[in-house]
Design a protein around this ligand. Structure first.
Ligand code: HEC
Length: 197
């Protein structure tokens, strides 16, 4: 019997003190601001705060506006060329992001041939290979803010990664337009062996 009595407080402790002990509800009930809730603490009654005007995230310091928005100032036109010195690493990282985030809809080759594309009834993701001659900044904008039924990727891809995707889309477009003469001579036999000319 005595053992049983000992067990009682132990089960209470192990169950994580479910009892509201003297009105103290545990950490669940502490005062805190929840997203989208009211807060009488601030003059505008909103718990969620805007960063002070002009705030720049630490990792964006030193980056210019063209780089972050893909747009030229002051007329707001799109940047013509990718504002990065392109290297093989950048294009390859663009390929990685493209394969993860874009290929499901636009196809591994960017030609719109993808399972998702075939099943998207409302608007099929288009081929990226025969679009009008858009400037590079336009692609950056579409990736950053989305386009029609296509979602935005600003949350998933940093500005650097978005430009890298633009570079890779350009590489895909180039690869589909290229003629055999555009390929370095040493690479031609392999191409001839792998594909139909
Ligand atoms: C969920 C499917 C989906 C994914 C993933 C997706 N797209 Fe799209 N994309 C679309 C659809 C659908 C459209 C056409 C939208 C419309 O016309 O309403 C489109 C349109 C576009 C356009 C053409 C815009 C124009 O002016 O015609 C570009 C460029 C583009 N996507 C690039 C990308 C890139 C780059 C990625 C990866 C970061 C990506 N998309 C990921 C579905 C997708």
């Amino acid at each position: 019997m005595r053992r049983l009595l000992l067990l009682l407080p132990m089960t209470w402790v192990l169950a994580g003190c479910p009892v509201d002990f003297q009105g103290w509800g545990g950490m669940k009930q502490q005062a805190k601001a929840l997203p989208y809730r009211e807060s009488p603490f601030f003059a505008d009654d909103r718990a969620m705060r805007q960063p002070p005007p002009g705030t720049v995230p630490r990792d964006r310091r030193g980056k210019d506006r063209f780089f972050l928005t893909g747009k030229d100032t002051p007329d707001g036109g799109f940047v013509d060329a990718i504002p990065l010195t392109l290297t093989r690493e950048i294009v390859e990282s663009g390929r990685k992001s493209f394969d993860i985030y874009c290929a499901a809809c636009h196809g591994i080759l960017g030609d719109g041939d993808a399972q998702v594309a075939r099943n998207m009834g409302l608007r099929e993701p288009p081929s990226l290979l025969d679009l009008p001659p858009y400037p590079d900044g336009y692609y950056y904008e579409v990736i950053s803010v989305g386009y029609g039924l296509m979602p935005a990727y600003a949350e998933k891809l940093t500005p650097e990664q978005r430009w890298a995707v633009v570079a890779y889309v350009r590489a895909l477009q180039e690869s589909q337009r290229a003629r055999l003469e555009d390929v370095p001579p040493e690479a031609r036999p392999l191409l001839l062996k792998e594909g139909t000319p």
